[in-house]
Design a protein around this ligand. Structure first.
Ligand SMILES: Nc1nc2c(ncn2[C@@H]2O[C@H](COP(=O)(O)OP(=O)(O)OP(=O)(O)O)[C@@H](O)[C@H]2O)c(=O)[nH]1
Ligand SMILES: O=P(O)(O)OC[C@H]1O[C@@H](n2cnc3c(O)ncnc32)[C@H](O)[C@@H]1O
Ligand SMILES: N[C@@H](CC(=O)O)C(=O)O
Ligand SMILES: [Mg+2]
Length: 442
């Protein structure tokens, strides 16, 4: 009997739901993924690695029956794991740093989340090794003034190993002698390219031999796993990492990450066809942030930027770096919506704009006095654009306790509706605070 389900075994109605970043990351995907995980059986990661940083704030039940506000930081593991009934899955498109995988898992267990038997990883996922992280740092130094500002988690070097067909995948761990030969060759190659650096190659091989044992209960054939889940009508939620403007093809290259962070990465990263994708929810911060180098047309290097950074507590969850801040860029969002085909949007951190007198939103770019029709591929052009803004009045009151759309201040609704009309996609969820409960659903 065949073990894989037949291609048409899944009911056409059972489609995966996708939560995906529409800007330069840190839009608050983790919070929405956590909320949607309540009615999902599986929460899957399809791309990226532990460069991502999702923060989730929930009231956790305590042994004494009380609830305690608890903050979770997810990097490599899917945020849906906060829901005790949700199974986590890491697809083949993700690059996995095993020490971080186990450290994150340990932290979750210590915070009271039992993940036994509900975290699985595809045997086709590539491994990120510590030497990839060293090389990430060395590459940045080599780039000098034009460095990317990576998270130094080894993401680019690991995807480079994968693309150059010398990478090691999880299944390689189970023939340790062959693994050791390939691993030594990989490290030697890095020494040749970057000069010798401190690295205990043999110690690392021994460490991975131990990891291989520890990882066994988590490993699955990802294709069997996801297609059996589809065929048995499991509700699957995909949690995007990073965001469209950091996509290797469509982001502000080379100031991007090294994976496909767009909707295409959902198909390639999980091994599912496009027809299995249903709702695609784009997560949009009510202003714009970016961490790391690269163009950012609406960046505000002034008191507005400072206000957004401070009030929004815009610090990287992975590296602690201060995030750059600026006005909402609707040009970026129209571009992003074309590529990802959002069926709905989640506007987040709207409460951070509460105190501002006036709000500006970018509605066009001009180059040499002429309107630009597109989002330019050429970063030299992008760096020369002047931004056309529309100014909207602020609402100057706190919205953090509002739970119904009708109860939002008029100017706040105007801001939401202006963005929605311009992008052409319905804003269905509105974040008004960091907590799980601080979300308005329309
Ligand atoms: N005040 C406020 N904070 C929010 C809201 N939604 C999310 N947050 C917080 O905003 C931050 C969002 O950043 P991240 O957690 O890095 O977002 P992410 O999209 O999951 O991150 P990446 O995968 O790294 O791109 C977190 O600290 C959230 O707790 C909101 O509506 N209001
Ligand atoms: O992915 P790496 O190579 O570490 O960094 C490249 C580029 O992408 C930015 N970035 C990566 N992950 C995130 C994330 O989760 N949120 C925001 N920005 C991210 C990084 O800062 C570099 O600019
Ligand atoms: N993923 C990160 C990037 C960083 O920490 O630099 C963030 O949450 O901002
Ligand atoms: Mg983040």
């Amino acid at each position: 009997m065949a073990t894989l389900p037949a291609a048409n075994a899944a009911s056409p109605e059972n489609k995966v739901r996708v939560v995906i970043g529409a800007q330069w990351g840190d839009e608050g995907k983790g919070k929405l993924a956590d909320i949607l995980a309540a009615d999902s059986d599986i929460c899957a990661r399809c791309a990226g690695g532990n460069n991502a940083g999702h923060t989730i704030v929930v009231d956790m039940p305590q042994p004494n029956g009380e609830k305690k506000k608890t903050m979770f930081d997810f990097h490599l593991l899917p945020s849906g794991l906060v829901n005790p009934k949700c199974v986590g899955f890491i697809g083949a498109g993700v690059v996995v740093h095993l020490p971080s995988f186990f450290a994150e898992l340990d932290t979750l267990q210590k915070k009271g989340l039992d993940c036994d038997g509900r975290l699985f990883v595809s045997d086709r996922a590539h491994l990120v090794f510590d030497f990839h992280q060293v090389v990430d740092g060395l590459k940045e130094v080599e780039l000098g003034g034009s460095s990317i500002g990576t998270t130094k988690k080894g993401i680019g070097p690991a995807y480079s190993s994968k693309a150059s067909r010398s990478g090691l995948r999880i299944h390689h761990l189970y023939d340790i002698d062959a693994f050791a030969i390939k691993f030594r060759k990989l490290v030697e190659g890095r020494f040749k390219r970057y000069g010798h650096f401190e690295y205990d190659t043999e110690g690392e091989i021994a460490r991975y031999k131990a990891f291989a044992e520890k990882l066994k209960p988590h490993i699955v054939d990802g294709i069997t796993f996801i297609h059996k889940a589809l065929a048995s009508n499991k509700r699957i939620l995909v949690e995007g990492a990073n965001a469209l403007m950091l996509d290797l093809d469509y982001g502000t290259y080379p100031f991007v990450t090294s994976s496909s962070t767009s909707i295409g990465g959902v198909c390639t990263g999980l091994g599912i066809p496009p027809r299995c994708i249903g709702e695609t929810i784009g997560v949009v911060k009510a202003y714009t942030t970016r961490v790391g180098a690269g163009p950012f047309p609406t960046e505000q290097l002034n008191n507005i930027g400072k206000h957004l950074q401070e009030v929004g507590r815009e610090f990287g969850v992975t590296t602690g770096r201060r995030r750059r801040c600026g006005w909402l860029d609707l040009v970026v969002l129209r571009y992003s919506a074309l590529i990802n085909g959002y069926t709905a949007l989640n506007l987040t951190k709207l409460d951070i704009l509460d105190d501002l007198e006036e709000l500006m939103v970018a509605v066009g770019y001009e180059l040499d006095g002429k309107p630009l029709e597109n989002f330019p591929a050429d970063l030299d052009l992008l760096s020369r654009v002047s931004v056309r803004y529309v100014t909207l009045p602020g609402w100057k009151s706190s919205i953090i306790d509002v739970r119904k759309y009708e109860d939002l201040p008029e100017n706040c609704k105007r801001y939401i509706e202006f963005a929605e009309d311009f992008i052409g996609v319905r804003i269905r969820f509105i974040g008004v605070g960091p907590g799980r409960e601080a979300m308005i659903t329309r």
